[in-house]
Design a protein around this ligand. Structure first.
Ligand code: CA
Length: 227
């Protein structure tokens, strides 16, 4: 995952770079609007974090130029000012999100996760693990051995997508909540538990040999061959 930080306050730019690298993102940092545009134009970034007040070109100009060039990379704008006018102007010029400085690093990270989830959604229609197939176009769960299939609700689909694209990886409740309900939702552990239980029933019903395993205190993982 590549992130571009465009911020002229060097101390903040460095701090952001460090926080993001700790999360295993690849980060490039530039300090002027002109450089920001030149880097972002490459289209190699998954997210651009863009300050408003910048030397060279300001953040609004950078994002307008980017969108004019059909670069659709998600942009999170940063500004020291909290006026509503700035926010509207930022979103009008094509920003995807907006944060007012100072902000909590955790909040920025959560917003980045939401942005990258949007971009990274399903490329192929079918996700397969062992005898179990999830078909994205119809939200359908299907067992290639028994031929049984079932419809999933939107939330169940989101959850299954995440589990089946990361077989064997432990996914925390927090990650499930952020990716499925959004970072500012009021969903809690009990929502996750309820949907995990729906999914287990449906997997069992179609004759899937995959199981959602609870890993105590850490989260859940999907594994094949446990039926
Ligand atoms: Ca600035």
């Amino acid at each position: 995952m590549n992130i571009l930080v465009v911020e002229d306050e060097k101390r903040l730019a460095d701090a952001l770079g460090q926080i993001l690298r700790e999360q295993k993102y690849m980060v490039d940092t530039v300090h002027t609007g002109t450089d920001g545009l030149a880097y972002a134009e490459s289209g190699i970034y998954d997210v651009v974090i863009l300050d408003v007040m910048l030397p060279g070109m300001n953040g609004f100009e950078v994002i307008s130029a980017l969108r004019k060039k059909k670069v659709s990379t998600p942009v999170i704008m940063l500004t020291a000012r909290s006026e509503l006018g700035d926010k509207i102007r930022g979103l009008d010029s094509g920003a995807d999100d907006y944060m007012t400085k100072p902000f909590e690093p955790g909040e920025l990270l959560a917003r980045i996760r939401v942005m990258t989830r949007r971009k990274g959604e399903i490329i192929s229609d079918e996700l397969v693990l062992s005898n179990t197939v999830y078909r994205a176009s119809s939200n359908e769960l299907f067992c290639s051995e028994t031929g049984k299939h079932l419809q999933l609700s939107n939330k169940e689909s989101e959850m299954l997508k995440l589990l089946i694209s990361n077989p064997g990886r432990i996914i925390s409740k927090e990650e499930l909540i952020t990716k499925i309900w959004g970072y500012d939702s009021e969903a809690g552990d009990n929502n996750v538990e309820a949907y995990i239980s729906f999914l287990r029933k449906k997997l069992h019903h179609i004759g899937s040999d995959c199981s959602v395993i609870t890993v105590k205190r850490l989260g859940y993982k999907l594994e094949a061959g446990n039926a």
